[in-house]
Structure formats: structure tokens, C-alpha cells
Design a protein around this ligand. Structure first.
Ligand code: MRU
Length: 350
């Protein structure tokens, strides 16, 4: 059974606290907008599609928890909730995309009695959840076609079930190929500083019986030089109209290495990750996080002198020219991406 990192429980969401994996599988209840915002900021829930889903339920919780004295006060609160949720993390566009969807449903139904409004909002949050799971399945199917039995693949961070409501983005490709009986060897980059690859990707792939090998981030070049990687598959947090995309810090380096070694490099992302308001990746906001994430090993043991200067960008931007293809729920987009992305939207996505 694919792990489910978020569940709606009638009046709250239950999330897996991903900061304590793999040591503990701990569930936590979020009942308020503040709790959802904190869970997103601390990476208890993380991964582009999943923070969108958490944001959608967070919006529902916020409206449920507010007793408005009139329609104007309710609308002010809805705007405030929208802003608080969207500003929890800046890079993954899925968060703003999902919360805006919820706000739109709010606007369209704000004049309904409270119970009916809440019902509409709950239905929309569930729809976002279900659509994401479905997109994961479809990305997996399109991506698995690119793999043959015996292939060795490389990934970074966690673009799996723990980052979505389904089987993941990049990892859904591996799950699907595995289901089809293809023998795969997956190399997972540990993903400093917060070790999503070491802690989360290896955990979920092992649980599902895939052959996974953990490497430190600085070992990817060696593997490629030895001819031991057939393709690289990564997730994405925001894709601009020309195909440039942001993903976990280290992704750009892998794309450069892959190009140098002649290895196909794929981004895997649902349509909720595309931001066509941005012409190029240069406009994608890149989150910078707390220096402690680098100077302290997993928030506990110091590994650098106190007060050392730190630069901690959580994401980087990979230019489209380094990308072989973008696997979406509608198929594999090829270069020139500005054209293939535009025609995908012509086919009915957002
Ligand atoms: O900081 P995180 O753990 O939220 O970063 C996640 C990633 O970079 C993933 O690769 C990305 O969200 C896309 S995959 C679902």
C-alpha cells in the first residue's frame, strides 16, 4: 500500500510528520490555519503537490473555524487565510494554485448558508486531493514507457508518495515500471541539508520493494562517469512557460552532469506545477531557509562553528535546454518546451 501523508478526518487533517522519518512514523493533527502553515514551513508536510493539498484543507479549516458577523468580515477573513497559506513557502506554485482554487470556490458560494458553503469547500479540497492522485498515476504510466528492465536511474530529494496524494511525481515512474515487472536500480541522492533523499525516498522505495541505493550528493558524478546511470528523473516545484524549472537544490548540478555524460534528464510534474505567468525560470522565487539547517546535523548536532556565514537556498533553477523531456499527466513534453507547454494548455489544463 502506497503511504498516505495526509488524510481529512471530518474536522481536521492528519499528516505524517516527515521531519521525524524514518525513525518514527508519527501522525499529527492540524486543526487551524496556523497549524497548517507551521507544518508547511517546518517541512512536516512538504513536496510541491502535497503542500498544495495541505493548503486547500488549511483554507477549509480556516473558514470552518471563523464565526463571521457579516459577509464583509467573512470575505476579509478568507483573503487573510489565503494570504497566510500562500506565503508559507514561496517556490512551489502548487500551493498558490490550490489555495486560489479554494478562494475561487469561496467567492462563488459566499452567499450560501454557512453549512452549504463549507460543503462546497470540502468537496473542492477533496477534488484537489483526488485529482493529484490521478495525475500521479498518469505521470507514472507516461514515464514508465521511457524505462527498460535493467535500467539504473538517479533521483534527488523526495518526489514520491510522501510529496503527493498518490504515488509521487518522479517516483511514480519508478513504481509503475516496477509494477510492469521491469527490474530497476534506483540511486537516491541524500539531498543535503535536510536529507529528504536519505530519510524519505529510500524509506518509501524500500517499503515498496524497489531496489534503492543511497549516495551522498557529491557521488553522482562518479556514478555517471562509470556509466552506471541510464537516466535521471526529478520532480519540480515550479515550471516557467519556457520549460525552465525550479526543484530541490542540487537538481541543476545533476542536469549539468547528465548533459556532460550524455544521459537523458527528465522532470516529472503535474499541470498544477506549471506557472505560465513566468516567461523564464529567472523569475521563480527561490526560498532561502534557516542557516541552522546547514550548521546543525538534522537540527541536533553542530557540524560547523557557531556564527559561521551560511547560504542556504532550498531550490535551484534548471534551464530548459538541459532537459530531455517533461513528463506530465498528459504525456511527455519535448523541446521546444514553450511550444509543447502551450499546446498542452490548449488541450484543456489550467
Ligand atoms: O523542500 P521540499 O522537501 O518541499 O522539496 C521538495 C522537492 O524539491 C521535490 O522534488 C518537489 O516538490 C517536486 S516533487 C513532488
Amino acid at each position: 500500500m502506497i503511504v498516505n501523508p495526509i488524510t481529512w478526518k471530518k474536522d481536521h487533517i492528519s499528516i505524517i510528520d516527515q521531519t521525524v522519518l524514518p525513525g518514527r512514523l508519527k501522525y499529527e493533527a492540524c486543526r487551524t490555519v496556523s497549524q497548517v502553515r507551521e507544518a508547511i514551513q517546518k517541512l512536516k508536510v512538504r513536496g510541491a503537490p502535497l503542500i498544495g493539498i495541505a493548503g486547500a484543507y488549511g483554507f477549509l479549516l480556516g473558514i470552518r473555524g471563523f464565526r463571521a458577523k457579516d459577509a464583509a468580515a467573512l470575505r476579509r477573513e478568507a483573503l487573510h487565510i489565503k494570504h497566510r497559506l500562500i506565503s508559507s513557502r514561496p517556490t512551489a506554485v502548487n500551493l498558490a494554485w490550490a489555495v486560489r482554487r479554494m478562494f475561487h470556490v469561496f467567492e462563488e458560494n459566499a452567499s450560501l448558508p454557512r453549512a452549504a458553503l463549507l460543503k462546497r469547500l470540502e468537496a473542492e479540497a477533496h477534488r484537489i486531493f483526488r485529482e493529484d492522485a490521478d495525475m500521479c498515476r498518469r505521470m507514472g504510466a507516461h514515464g514508465a514507457v521511457l524505462l527498460r528492465s535493467g535500467d539504473s536511474v538517479l533521483t534527488v530529494c523526495n518526489a514520491g508518495a510522501l510529496a503527493t496524494s498518490g504515488g509521487g511525481t518522479a517516483l511514480s515512474v519508478f513504481y509503475r515500471a516496477h509494477e510492469q515487472g521491469k527490474r530497476l536500480k534506483v540511486y537516491a541522492c541524500e539531498t543535503r541539508p535536510l536529507l529528504q533523499g536519505a530519510r524519505l525516498t529510500t524509506w518509501e522505495l524500500k517499503r515498496h520493494g524497489l531496489d534503492v541505493t543511497l549516495i551522498c550528493d557529491n557521488m553522482a558524478a562518479r556514478l555517471m562517469q562509470q556509466g552506471r546511470i541510464r537516466a535521471v528523473f526529478v520532480g519540480a516545484d515550479r515550471i516557467a512557460a519556457n520549460g525552465d524549472f525550479a526543484n530541490k537544490i542540487g537538481t541543476y548540478g545533476l542536469a549539468v552532469l547528465a548533459r556532460y555524460h550524455g544521459i537523458p534528464f527528465y522532470a516529472v510534474a503535474p499541470s498544477s506545477t506549471f506557472d505560465l505567468t513566468l516567461a523564464t525560470g529567472a523569475e521563480i522565487p527561490i526560498e532561502e531557509r534557516d542557516p541552522d539547517e546547514i550548521t546543525t546535523l538534522h537540527f541536533e548536532r553542530p557540524i560547523a562553528p557557531a556564527g559561521v556565514k551560511v547560504y542556504n537556498p532550498s531550490f535551484d533553477m534548471t534551464p530548459a535546454f538541459l532537459v530531455t523531456g517533461i513528463v506530465t499527466e498528459q504525456g511527455v513534453l519535448r523541446r521546444p518546451f514553450s511550444k509543447s507547454i502551450r499546446s498542452m494548455y490548449g488541450r484543456g489544463s489550467k
